[in-house]
Design a protein around this ligand. Sequence first.
Ligand code: F58
Length: 857
Amino acid sequence: ASGKEKWPRGEEEAWKEGLKGVDSDVKSITKSVVNHVNTSLARQAYNLDDFGAYQASALSVRDNLIAKWNETQLYYTKKSPKRAYYLSLEFLMGRTLDNALLNLGLKGQYTEGIKRLGFNMEDLLEQERDAALGNGGLGRLAACYLDSGASQELPLWGYGLRYKYGIFQQLISPEGAQLEAPDPWLDNQNPWELPRLDVTYEVRFYGYAERLNDGTGRSVWTGGQEVLAVAYDVMIPGCYTKNTNNLRLWESKPKRGFDLNSFNAGDYERAIESSNSAAAITSVLYPNDHTSFGKELRLKQQYFWTAASLADILRRFKNIGKPLSAFPDYVAIQLNDTHPTLAIPELMRILIDEEETPWDDAWNIVTNTFFYTNHTVLPEALEKWPVPLMEHLLPRHMQIIYDINMYFLQAVEKKFPGDRDRLARMSLIEEGFPKQVRMAFLACIGSRRVNGVAELHSELVRTTILKDFVEFEGRSKFSNVTNGITPRRWLDQCNPELSALISKTLGLQKPVWLKDLFRLEGLLKLVEDKKFRDEWAAIKQRNKERLANLVKTTLGFTVNTNAMFDVQIKRLHEYKRQTLNIFGVIYRYLTLKKMSAEERKKVNPRVVFFAGKAAPPHVGFSFSFDLVRRALIVPKDYIAKLTIRLIVNVARVINDDPETKDLLSLYFLPDYSVSLAEVLIPASDISQHISTAGTEASGTSNMKFCLNGGLLVGTVDGANIEIAEEVGESNVFFFGHLAPAVEDLRYQHVYHPVPIEEKCPALANVLNTVSGGMFGDGGVYDPLLNTIRQGDYYLLSDDFDSYIAALDLVDEAYKDKDEWVKKSIRTTAKMGKFSSDRAINEYAESFWNLEAIKVPQ
Ligand code: F58
């Protein structure tokens, strides 16, 4: 406050000269890249390949980021604002170089500088491996939120795990079987992380918790295994701002190199065993998607990560010098799904056992600090942990959970006296063999606010899985924040031509509209401008050619770029109904085969693309209630894999049929990733988001396609609904039953089944064609076909006819090219709402009470 602070050491000027990072002119940039080639890589022009040039460029860009990152962190520390932390087990970041160059506004200069050194930027960008530390939508959402947090100048950090292996690499065998290979993404050094070998915390597992019984509620937890968490920092640059935030990822490491006692006793194997088991904690991302299956190592990951993150957050808070009661004034923690829920009992443990805070005060701090986002209402995805496992691994936390439950149920009993059913329904502990801890309930009662990720989904959370909690705690605790996507990666980076056209047309600098996406509405007045429409359409065409090139070079197929491109890319899962799509393709093929040559001339050619991974089957599968109810004893992940096999084999047949192949072809692109999405999305004319109504919480790729001028075929589900509200229903191809009808329809399937031949002859015919062997041994597909013939839990037979009708409407609409382009422009123009900037600001304002803090230039 007294003006200039004292400079800590040496000459201030000398320090400041070195602080600037890389200058942004081309000459300084080449100098810095060459310097990294020579020093960091110890290489020279003679032996430098594209990969080396990529590494040197990345290191040069990193210098730039570090300078900004350092200033940002120092500034935050000085100002000590309230901070928010996003805890997510998954961050699906994709590549970094292009994104960093664009956010820094240095892409042009680096491209030029690289060219002077004899390299091509596009080739260098292709050298980077994706950071694929996530399964799908939930992990990618976390990555978008980090980009928006930094771009909106919010003091927001992410916390996650530094998995040695990300999501598995998918290979497809000639028979169409998915094979999984590891993803050793760290094998070449990762220029985007800063090891912080000095930032470490000890984390305990197992052992004993003994209650002190001194009236304070404290326990002492001792013994067991102790492992070390080591921090790795990933810099998150904001778009055209100095603010550069942090994503801190933890790596596990043995506390001691090895067990000296065993070593001295001559048991070498035993000596390294415990060190291996410590390192194993962060070795691999669990590839399960929408299932929870109670594995000890997964629970270890969750505790390891929440314990290290909380310790770090607490240390930072303590540096401010405020009393613990002020914790919620300085810290907000967002729980990305239930995976970090152990942070709730962990903070209770620290406050009670270590800080000697009375229970009520501790609970008050906890429930004002945490916020919980739910991402699914599918019963098989709701996390539950067996009580015996919890007692074994985390004995003190289990005590605390029992205590939380006791106080909570007392309060419920007080409000609803004598309602024993309600108590059983709401208990944190589900009765059964074994008893299980219901993590969603714990997350709910331990948080200040709970939200879903799209309007419909949030309403389903309130009226189904958390209904009792809404009745108990009041509706205002339960709200909605519709998901968003970052327009930096999902338009500017993946579709540079469209981005340039938009800047030119709106007469705005890129960062202006990229950070205020509602500005896209300015495009509406150009819908009637023929020249503009032609430019718009030409860009789409070039993006289709870019995709076709990729397919040619990677798979060797020649794609018909005069056809409509129809894309479905997401994790393979029954509820997402890739089956509906492939059965639709078969139906179309059969229809084409029946047509005369004359009739075929009128058909709109279509190329269908699929990509996505299926969860690898896990051993020790336990039959979920859902499957038992459906009398289907078939693991879901097996069905997903079988769907891939069917797609691949249908592709083989129809792509080879000389009569139809120009009118209909089909590709399954292996190893779906963020980078592949960046090529597929800008190339699509139409994309499919066709989950059974009420099952897809939001969906986020739907937003990405629309932002790039692609239209949607979709069910009335998740964020599709809000997209249609924005762009107008005439620009979306909706079909299928609505969410409120689903329960009744399922009931009908179970209690009044109608044979599929009667109910939906078109679909029955398709299924029979598959069983009949048109696409190879029909028997192979029986388990998949039976899910529809018996039970049909995801209602394919109810929605198939309207699905086909919707696709017919798409064909009709596509015939009028001019009108189609208008729809495309209108769609992009109305995507403002779906920027993750809007979403992150909603979290900041209505949940976290967090203010932006701009680092001065
Ligand atoms: C997804 N969930 C939702 N979970 O399915 C999708 O509708 C939504 O748009 C997205 O979250 C973002 O809100 C999702 O991706 C997972 O991948 C979990 C991984 C860990 C096991 C449980 C599923």
